[in-house]
Design a protein around this ligand. Structure first.
Ligand code: PLP
Length: 414
C-alpha cells in the first residue's frame, strides 16, 4: 500500500464532478442528471424537479418504479439470505418459485430456466447451448440486431461500426437482413442456431411478418438447428401480450429474457426444454457457470413484479394506449411512427434534430432517448402503468417541443 501514490482531492467535488471523474464513461454525452427518487412513472432529481419516465429504464420498469410489492419481496429476501453459493448448487426457493411461475406461463417446451446476471449473459449461454446441442458452429444473426455487449453477444450484433474495433470476434457468424428471404435460404445443416429478436428493438421498433417468422421456424425444423428468440426488450407485456411471440404463433427453442425479468434488479435468463438444457451438464460438466446469476434477491423481486403484472390487467390495455400515442403524435416534423404495443419509434429527419427534441423534452421534464441503430428516432417505452391523461400530457410536450423548434428554425432562416 505504501508504494501507492495517492492523490486525494483537496477541494470537495460535486457529485457531477465525481461522476465524470470516477465513473467510467463510454458515452461522450451522458444525461448526467442526479435522480434521487423514482416511483411509478415518475422520477425526481436532486433539485426536486419532477420527470416522467418515458423509457422505463430501457424497458425494465414495465410495472413502474419501486412497486411496493417488489420492495416488500426484496426486503423479505434480504432478511433471509442474499448470496449463498455459485449458481445451481443449493436449492434456493426464490429461484425455484420464479422458474415455476415463468414456465407456467410459457409453452410446454420452454420448461427449464437458466438464470443469468444480464441479457448479454443469457445470449452467451443460449449460443453455447445451441453449439453443444447441435455440435455445429454456424450462427445466423441479423443486421441491426442487438443482443448485448460482451464479445459473443457483440459477434451477433448487426452493425459493423460497433463490432469493428473489437475483432477478432466469433467466427462463422452470418448477418442477414431482418425479414429477408435470403436469411431463410442461408439456414442449412451446418447451422447451430438462428438468433433473432421477435420484434427488432434498436433498429427503431420493427415487427417481422408472421409468415417470415413461421418460415424461420420451418427451416430450423428442417435442418435441426435451434431457433432463439430474444425478448429481452420485447417481453413482459411490452408489445401487448406477455410474450411477443404469442402474437406470431411461433415458439422458439430457446427464449432470452432480461430487463423487466428482474423487476428492477439485475437478472437475465435463457429458457429451453430440459432435454436440451441437460447437455450443459456433461462433456463438459458445468457447461455454463455463473456466481451471481439468479441472485435470490433478484429472483424474489422479479417474481413479485411478474405477479403484479399478471394480476393488473395492464397488458390488456397496451394496444389501446399504443393507439392513443399514435393519435396524439401528429406534427409535420414527424416522418413516421413505428410501434409494437407501448413501444414506439418516432422518426425525424436526422439524429441532430432528434437529439434536440430529446434535450427539449428532458428540459420540460420528460425522459426519452434515441435508438442505437436508428439515432434519428425518439424512443417511447413507458411503464405499462401510464394513464390516458399522462399519455396526452407527454405527447403535448413532444409536439410543443417540435413546434418551438420549428418556429425557432423558421425565425433563424428568415
Ligand atoms: N437483447 C436486447 C434486445 C437488448 O435490448 C439488450 C439490452 O439492451 C440485450 C440483449 C442485452 O441485455 P443486457 O444489457 O442486460 O446485457
Amino acid at each position: 500500500m505504501s508504494s501507492v501514490n495517492r492523490h486525494p482531492s483537496v477541494h470537495p467535488m460535486t457529485n457531477r464532478q465525481l461522476f465524470l471523474s470516477h465513473i467510467a464513461q463510454t458515452s461522450p454525452s451522458p444525461i448526467a442528471i442526479e435522480m434521487v427518487k423514482a416511483q411509478g412513472i415518475k422520477m425526481w432529481d436532486a433539485d426536486g424537479k419532477e420527470y416522467i419516465d418515458l423509457i422505463a429504464g430501457f424497458s425494465v420498469a414495465n410495472i413502474g418504479h419501486s412497486h411496493p410489492k417488489v420492495i416488500d419481496a426484496v426486503k423479505e429476501q434480504v432478511e433471509k439470505y442474499m448470496h449463498l453459493i455459485v449458481y445451481g448448487e443449493f436449492i434456493e426457493t426464490p429461484q425455484v418459485s420464479y422458474a415455476k411461475l415463468l414456465t407456467d406461463h410459457l409453452p410446454k417446451t420452454l420448461n427449464s430456466v437458466y438464470f443469468t446476471n444480464s441479457g448479454a449473459e443469457a445470449t452467451e449461454g443460449a449460443m453455447k447451448l445451441a453449439k453443444r446441442v447441435t455440435g455445429r458452429s454456424k450462427i445466423i444473426a441479423f443486421n441491426k440486431a442487438y443482443h448485448g455487449s460482451t464479445q459473443g453477444a457483440l459477434s451477433v450484433m448487426g452493425d459493423e461500426y460497433w463490432r469493428n474495433s473489437f475483432r477478432p470476434l466469433l467466427p462463422d457468424v452470418y448477418h442477414l437482413d431482418y425479414g429477408s428471404d435470403e436469411a431463410i435460404e442461408t439456414i442449412d445443416s451446418d447451422t447451430a442456431c438462428v438468433i433473432v429478436e421477435t420484434v427488432q428493438a434498436e433498429s427503431g421498433v420493427n415487427k417481422p411478418s408472421r409468415e417470415w417468422l413461421a418460415s424461420l421456424r420451418k427451416q430450423c425444423d428442417k435442418h435441426c438447428n435451434l431457433l432463439i428468440f430474444d425478448e429481452i426488450q420485447a417481453g413482459f407485456g411490452r408489445t401487448g401480450s406477455l410474450w411477443a411471440f404469442e402474437q406470431f404463433n411461433v415458439v422458439p427453442d430457446i427464449l432470452l429474457l432480461g430487463k423487466a425479468l428482474g423487476g428492477g434488479m439485475p437478472l437475465g435468463a435463457f429458457i429451453a426444454d430440459k432435454k436440451l438444457m441437460k447437455t450443459l451438464s456433461n462433456n463438459p460438466v458445468l457447461g455454463h457457470i455463473t456466481t451471481f446469476g439468479g441472485h435470490p434477491v433478484s429472483c424474489a423481486a422479479g417474481k413479485a413484479a411478474l405477479e403484479v403484472l399478471l394480476e393488473s390487467g395492464w397488458i390488456a390495455e397496451v394496444k389501446y394506449k399504443e393507439k392513443l400515442f399514435i393519435q396524439y403524435l401528429k406534427h409535420e416534423k414527424i416522418k413516421a411512427v413505428r410501434s409494437a404495443g407501448l413501444w414506439l419509434a418516432v422518426e425525424f429527419e436526422s439524429f441532430e434534430f432528434c437529439k434536440a427534441v430529446i434535450d427539449k423534452c428532458i428540459e420540460k421534464g420528460v425522459i426519452t432517448d434515441w435508438f442505437l441503430f436508428a439515432p434519428n428516432c425518439l424512443r417511447i417505452a413507458p411503464p405499462l402503468t401510464i394513464k390516458e391523461e399522462e399519455i396526452k400530457h407527454v405527447c403535448n410536450i413532444i409536439v410543443s417541443s417540435l413546434e418551438e423548434m420549428t418556429v425557432k428554425r423558421n425565425s433563424i432562416s428568415t
